[in-house]
Design a protein around this ligand. Structure first.
Ligand SMILES: [Zn+2]
Length: 60
């Protein structure tokens, strides 16, 4: 079995556009932003990466 595309929190398939959390040692991927936020809180992971694709339209 290949679990490369399983959500790190709930093990669901993350699909073609996973929510990625960049940890210190490795990247984690999630099926939704909720899973990503929960996992980040539980493990106190600091997301150091800048998400250019999302911040571009929100800032003036
Ligand atoms: Zn999930």
């Amino acid at each position: 079995m290949n679990n490369d595309r399983a959500c790190a929190l709930c093990n669901l398939d993350v699909g073609t556009k996973p929510f990625v959390l960049h940890g210190a040692d490795r990247d984690y991927q999630f099926c939704c932003e909720g899973c990503r936020g929960i996992y980040q809180m539980l493990h106190d992971i600091k997301d150091t990466a800048v998400h250019n694709d999302q911040t571009e339209n929100q800032k003036q």
